[in-house]
Design a protein around this ligand. Structure first.
Ligand code: FES
Ligand code: MG
Length: 596
């Protein structure tokens, strides 16, 4: 076998275990793997080597139970005829990583690409859960195009406090308002927040974690029903076994990510994203996965394909229930079955089960209509995204499901058209500035204001922070207002229910016009035309831009500097731009050179 090409139909691990060009290297490749009890006969038996990309560890509590689940994955791999090799993925924990886990998504991606490409792996089980773990794993599998299958970790059990469901994240945003308005004290605030995390698992609301795992399933990258099984359930460990077993067959069938994650699969994911009221982070991550697998997908596709799909899943923050309820109601297959019946999905898309979407859904369970609503009685008639543009940015997104609450009900429609709203801008340079000044009476914030935050995008923060969902000044909460429209070049937590225009690209830090906005400027939002404009003449905008001195970027770590130099904008996935040209490594680059 040549050093750089695996023989067609042969396992790539044979380039390590049976290196015919350089037989003495075979001994070097084999010996160290034998030192804990594997045998040379075993490794050279022609059995696929299946990696387990382990995202769980003590720094990532949301995924920590994957450490135990990996035993069942290994049982499955062994019973399927493969040999498991578990290895760690750079920790990605959404709430614990400063300045943002978003900064590390591309780092974990980069590390995983090297591991998948540079070690004797024939396939991989991607353990996913917390927000960025799912996209990082799928982006890497896409670039390498190694046969891969996703094992989600599943949501935590439902949280309860005094008999009421407490959903991850959302309970924090809601209780902060009550704390600010004096309705609850700090002890009660802490009690509510901690009640929302009753077990192992990831966020139990339809935040970014459950959204991305549901979309991995909708893309066809996990076995049907995988996404919603709560982390501590027996079914979760059973799914781990089935996934490990199936991983071996996926290698034998050479069912690579590029055969599964096609344009049709991405369109299916967009439709499902609307129906589950997915996190506003989903388009960023899904667009990034698409770019790495060579599918040209944009926010316009999200609007075109997903905008008119109703929200069926009644989960917080858009609805009432939590992850356990979603699973009991049938999870993703039940949602997809009703979307397929209505002609919204490509039923012929191939999935990692080896069957098509339509075939997978034949035995989808029957829904609990309170949790997964029928198409003719949805939670919200339209669940997709509105893609906005204007003279402040080229692209930003807004959830159509929040428009009603956030805009229409608060402000009376303007006389010239029901979809046009004007606001007085209150501008903050990052969250520190926001916290320092939000209660400043000089700002005179009232219900006609829009809160704007900038320098919070990929380059500005760095990593892009979930800070666009800004709380009101306490004086307004006390008057019963729950939110003000917000605009920013950062992101919003997937567990937030705020009416925000977010992910504005290009961001202020790379010369986007948000940089020239001043407090007091008037901003017009036209929902029908999907425009957001500052009411200033073009000359004034150019003059301000000419005089504008962008704040210096301070890098605190080497990766921050590398990240800032290589990252794209949120509308195109916030990818490591130079990485996008690397496609299908297994087939375009062959096997890497020998190590010695
Ligand atoms: Fe990890 Fe939400 S913080 S899943
Ligand atoms: Mg978050």
């Amino acid at each position: 076998m040549s050093q750089t090409d695996a023989m067609p139909g042969q396992l790539r691990s044979r380039a390590w275990w049976d290196n015919t060009d350089n037989p003495e290297m075979t001994a070097l490749y084999l010996e160290r793997f034998l030192n804990y009890g594997l045998t040379s006969a075993e490794l050279r038996s022609g059995r696929p080597i299946i990696g387990i990309a382990q995202t769980g560890n003590d720094l990532v509590p949301c995924n920590r139970h994957h450490l135990g689940l990996a035993d069942r994955v290994k049982d499955g791999i062994r019973d399927g005829g493969g040999i498991p090799f578990e290895f760690p993925v750079h920790p990605l924990q959404e709430t614990g990583k400063r300045p943002t886990a978003a900064l590390d998504r591309n780092l974990a991606y980069l590390g995983l690409v090297e591991v998948l490409y540079g070690y004797p792996l024939d396939g991989v089980v991607l353990t996913t859960g917390c927000d960025k773990t799912t996209p990082a794993c799928l982006m890497a599998a896409a670039t390498v195009n190694l046969p891969a299958i996703v094992l989600s970790g599943g949501p935590m059990l439902n949280g309860y406090h005094n008999g009421m469901r407490t959903g991850s994240g959302l309970v924090i945003w809601q209780s902060k308002r009550l704390l600010a308005s004096g309705e609850i004290d700090y002890d009660e605030y802490m009690a509510r927040v901690t009640a929302s995390a009753p077990s192992t698992g990831h966020c139990n609301t339809m935040g970014t974690a459950l959204s991305m795992n549901s979309l991995a399933e909708a893309l066809g990258m996990s076995l049907p029903g995988c996404a919603a099984i709560p982390a501590p359930y027996a079914e979760r460990a059973q799914m781990a076994y089935d996934t490990g077993r199936r991983a071996v067959a996926v290698v034998r069938e050479d069912l690579t990510p590029r055969k599964i994650m096609t344009r049709h699969a991405f369109e299916n994911a967009i439709v499902v994203a609307s129906a589950i009221a997915a996190s506003t982070n989903a388009p960023i991550h899904v667009n990034a996965i698409a770019r790495h697998v060579g599918v040209d997908l944009s926010n316009e596709d999200w609007q075109r394909v997903g905008r008119d799909i109703p929200v069926l899943v009644n989960l917080a923050p858009a609805g009432e229930f939590l992850g356990e309820d979603f699973h009991r109601a049938g999870g993703v297959p039940t949602v997809m079955r009703s979307l397929l019946a209505a002609g919204h999905l490509h039923g012929d898309a191939v999935t990692v089960s080896g069957r098509t979407v339509a075939a997978n859904l034949e035995d989808a369970p029957t829904a609990d209509p309170a949790v997964i609503r029928p198409l003719d009685d949805p939670v919200t008639p339209r669940g997709g995204l509105l893609v906005m543009s204007g003279n402040l940015f080229d692209s930003a997104i807004m959830k159509t499901s929040v428009i009603t609450d956030g805009f229409r009900s608060r402000r009376p429609p303007s006389p010239d058209g029901s979809s046009v709203f004007e606001f007085r801008a209150i501008v903050f340079d990052g969250p520190e500035d926001y916290h320092a000044r939000i209660e400043d009476p000089e700002l005179d914030i009232d219900q006609d204001c829009m809160l704007v935050i900038r320098y919070t995008g990929p380059v500005g923060y760095p990593g892009s922070a979930e800070v666009v969902n800004m709380e009101l000044p306490a004086s307004l909460s006390r008057r019963g207002l729950t939110s003000l429209p917000a605009l920013g070049d950062g992101r919003q937590s997937g567990t937030s229910d705020a009416p925000s225009i977010l992910n504005a690209s290009p961001e202020a830090a790379v010369g986007g016009n948000l940089a020239i906005l001043r407090t007091g400027d008037r901003i017009r939002v036209d929902l029908d035309r999907a425009r957001v404009d500052v009411l200033l003449p073009d000359e004034e905008i150019s003059e301000r831009m000419a005089r504008h001195e962008p704040p210096a970027l301070e890098h605190q770590t080497p990766w921050q500097e590398i990240y800032r130099a290589t990252v794209g904008q949120l509308d195109s996935g916030g990818c490591l731009e130079l990485a996008v040209s690397y496609q299908d490594l297994v087939h375009t680059k062959g096997i890497p050179r020998d190590s010695h």
